[in-house]
Design a protein around this ligand. Structure first.
Ligand code: GTP
Length: 529
């Protein structure tokens, strides 16, 4: 049973489509894990990097802007003369708290070419008050570390714009002091410092639209950019090394992952729907296969297995699809087969000329009748009939007429047999046999006479017959009880002997076999009746 199920179409369809579904699911999973999710993450990474780049560009732009302002001041005859000491009103005219605040400067330092302080001005980080000094001491002591770093930059190679970290992070721009037409020789250095404080951050946030914050980090990382994904937000940072230290200014932005999470949710929905749809489609295909193919096939199998055509309830043959066509074709074939079988059966059991049962059928019935009569101790009569001088008939009228004569005689005999409910068969050329179960010798004799009379009534001319001018028959009757043995052949032998006697006695008569006839000599008792 199990093996038959595993070989069935239903199982194979289930197995193939189920397998297909599993493969598709695995493929979806693999594609999601190795292609889609990494692609979404890469896209998010790129978007965050882009935002970091934007923050960096703003920082650089701001630095370049500061540098441009430093150069503007440094390449100016007034500044040149101020360094020379021939412009006493320079500071008074150009410097004020308002100017520092407006320009977002925190310190401006003028140096000689050798790096000696010429003039310092700045906003005290503690009080926010504007101060000017010619030395970084006393009330300008907060400037000292800045001044030392700048002097170290002058002593080495001055980077025109860079980041400094001294107490707080700042961007610094430096330029040599030249004439307004940028002719030399240079006679000093001008440094401008812009603190990267909260006010600056607020301006940057306004300018970029990004929530930028700054950190001073003590170690410079190998990779300046760092992205940390935390639930629904991402923390991105990029380091910028500060001048002359191992420290760095780290620009940080905190971004919402809403876009990524929305993409992820959308994709998960798509994934879910795709899986659901696949499941639905395969389920539908299986259902349709079951209803449209497998169930009708099973019905067709049951239908073909049933022996009788009568079992067709029309459900299959009335269908208009391929199954219906197949069923109808099968039905036609089956009907044709049945007809052929019936014809073959008739051909094998009936005589084609007279349509009476033939010897084969007669012998079968005789065997059954003999055993039944023996078992039930019932009488059984058999007859052998022969057309008298049929050779002469054939010779005179021809074979064709002989056939017609045989047919007419057969019909007459059949009608009598039918009327009295016994079997008559054509068992030889012009020889017939009858089987009469439960019939006594007396009744058998009456039936035999009825048969002779029926043939007589035909009045078929037989011009050359020495018996009558028409076709006649002779009949020999044998009874089972008078037979030596219960063998069918022995019973028929008694009838044959009786017929022989009938022929010998002048024909056109009935002879009933009597037991003494069982001996080789024919008894007188077997005289024509
Ligand atoms: N037309 C025709 N003749 C047949 C057929 N079968 C047998 N015969 C003929 O029947 C004749 C039988 O002849 P016989 O056996 O000598 O017997 P009979 O002439 O009838 O003589 P008795 O039986 O002694 O009266 C033969 O001539 C056969 O050719 C048949 O199917 N059609």
């Amino acid at each position: 049973m199990g093996q038959r199920f595993s070989l069935s179409l239903r199982f194979r369809f289930f197995a193939v489509l189920g397998g297909l579904l599993i493969v598709a699911m695995i493929a979806l999973g693999v594609i999601s894990k190795w292609l889609i999710f990494p692609a979404l993450q890469a896209e998010e990474r790129t978007a965050v990097q882009r935002e970091l780049d934007r923050a960096e560009r703003s920082l650089i732009l701001n630095q370049e802007n500061l540098l441009a302002q430093a150069r503007d001041w440094a390449h100016w005859d007034d500044t040149y003369r101020f360094i020379e000491g021939s412009n006493p009103r320079y500071t008074e005219v150009n410097f004020s708290q308002q100017m520092f605040e407006d320009m977002n400067y925190h310190l401006m330092a003028f140096f000689t070419l050798e790096g000696n302080i010429h003039f310092l001005a700045g906003l005290d980080p503690a009080t926010g008050r504007y101060q000017t000094c010619v030395t970084a001491a006393d009330h300008c002591a907060w400037m000292t570390p800045w001044v030392e770093t700048m002097q170290s930059a002058i002593a080495n190679q001055v980077d025109p714009t860079t980041l400094y970290i001294e107490q707080w992070p700042a961007m610094v721009a430096a330029s040599q002091v030249l004439h307004t037409d940028e002719s030399g020789p240079p006679n000093g250095w001008l440094f401008k410092v812009r603190a990267l404080n909260n006010a600056w951050l607020e301006r940057m946030a306004d300018y970029t639209g990004l929530p930028i914050s700054l950190q001073v980090t003590q170690n410079i990382a190998e990779t300046p950019t760092r992205l940390t994904f935390l639930g629904n937000h991402v923390h991105a940072s990029r380091q910028f090394p500060a001048f002359g230290t191992e420290q760095a200014v780290t620009v940080e932005i905190e971004l919402n992952r809403a876009q990524y999470l929305a993409n992820l949710t959308t994709f998960r929905y798509i994934l879910l729907w795709t899986a659901g749809l696949m499941l639905l489609v395969i389920g539908m295909v299986l259902l349709l296969l079951e209803r449209m193919v497998l169930k009708p096939l099973r019905q067709l199998t049951a239908f073909t297995q049933s022996a009788s055509l009568q079992k067709d309830n029309g459900e299959l043959t009335q269908r208009q699809d391929e199954i219906g066509i197949l069923s109808r074709a099968f039905m036609e074939q089956l009907t044709c087969q049945h007809q052929l079988n019936a014809e073959l059966l008739k051909m094998s059991t009936h005589d084609s000329l007279t349509e009476l049962p033939n010897r084969r059928l007669f012998d079968q019935r005789l065997t059954c009748a003999v055993s039944q009569a023996t078992e039930e101790d019932e009488p059984l009569a058999v007859m052998m009939l022969d057309i008298d001088h049929f050779k002469l008939y054939n010779d005179y009228y021809g074979h064709q007429k002989g056939d017609e004569c045989l047919q007419q005689v057969a019909t007459a005999l059949h009608n009598v047999a039918n009327q009295h409910d016994f079997l008559i068969a054509r068992t030889g050329g012009e020889e017939f046999s009858a089987l009469l179960p439960g019939v006594t010798p007396k009744a058998a004799t009456e039936f035999a006479n009825a048969l002779i009379a029926a043939v007589d009534r035909l009045q078929l001319s037989h011009a050359t017959s020495p018996v009558r001018a028409f076709v006649t028959i002779s009949v020999g009757i044998g009874m089972l009880k008078d037979s030596e043995t219960s063998l069918p052949s022995a019973v028929m032998g008694t009838a044959d002997q009786a017929l022989y006697l009938a022929k010998a006695s002048g024909r056109h008569c009935v002879v009933l076999f009597k037991p003494p006839l069982a001996s080789p000599s024919i008894s007188k008792q077997n005289t024509p009746l």
